[in-house]
Write a protein that binds this ligand. Sequence first.
Ligand code: FAD
Length: 330
Amino acid sequence: MVGPIWVLVDHSKGQITYVTKEMVQDANEVARSLGVQVWAVLIGGDESAEEPWDEQVGRFGADHLVRVSAIGVRFLTAEVYSIILDELSRQYEKPYLMIIANSIEGQEIGARLATRWGTGYANDCVSFSIGLKGNVEATRITHGEQLETIVAFSKGPAIISFRPGSAGIGLPTEGHRAKEYSSQIDLSSYLCEQDIQGIFPADPRKIDITEADFIVACGHGVGTQDNFLILQELADKLGAAVAGTRRANDKGWVNIERRVGLTGKTVCPQLYLAVGISGAREHVVGMDTSKAIVAINKNPRAEIFRLAHLGVIGDSREIMLALLRKLKEK
Ligand SMILES: Cc1cc2nc3c(=O)[nH]c(=O)nc-3n(C[C@H](O)[C@H](O)[C@H](O)COP(=O)(O)OP(=O)(O)OC[C@H]3O[C@@H](n4cnc5c(N)ncnc54)[C@H](O)[C@@H]3O)c2cc1C
């Protein structure tokens, strides 16, 4: 009998993130094949959540939720996370598989935890399953995204970090709640190596688009490089990250790192402002779960309007300039 699967909950502003939903849902599937349960570990989710945490993780398949509050530390660094997870593994049954979101911080947590647990860690995994020998196997895309590499763990706990957007999410089970526990961990006796002097908001021009709360997305209908600069200015004023379609990418206005869709990234921001985007299926699959979608397009029959919560029919340049004027007035 092996241990449960733990998922470290990635969250922002009282809500679990898209990657958490993916991780919990995939963990649930693997847990069923192993005959074990899924534990979601929530660290630092003290802010008021619109929807209870046990419901947020439960509807995607978590059986249990451990809410951890850490005392004696100012900031939750990767080091602190790894200490907490290690402490928890003494309070609850140690996991067979630990899944963490693959952010820069997530990678550091994974590596630090692997050192503490004397086990292996695979970063940037796009899927995971149980191999013929009952061991965890994780798939990574390697060699410049050309090859798939399967990492087979010879023993547990296996630790992986999971690439956001690589699984997608299926239908949640509404009304299912995880059983909640709480743990308080006192870290005042730990001599942490890291200390953070302050936390500052990320620069939207540099942020990974999968992490952005606001996105202004550029389509071919933006028309020219000059108009793209207006779009960038609009994004800067809104504190938004710029993303785009494949055609905008082909034009050289946005780079491939910022492409949204089938052959790009999957995003789920609070606001997705689609400028001059037709709404082709290959693009839409990467953004259709955005909380609010606003589309600007001169063609009233554009597909994107089927999806948009708010549609503006007109010339993208004129509308962007009008929006900028309004923002500057404010
Ligand atoms: C296998 C495959 C994978 C693909 N993967 C991706 C992917 O990952 N991401 C992706 O985005 N695409 C992808 N594509 C391409 C996709 O099919 C579309 O071609 C692409 O998304 C269209 O980009 P667009 O909306 O910018 O351009 P268009 O389809 O050319 O649309 C431009 C829109 O701008 C509007 N417009 C024009 N002028 C103005 C103006 N002055 N003001 C306002 N609106 C205006 C037009 O009405 C039109 O709706 C893929 C295609 C294939 C075959």
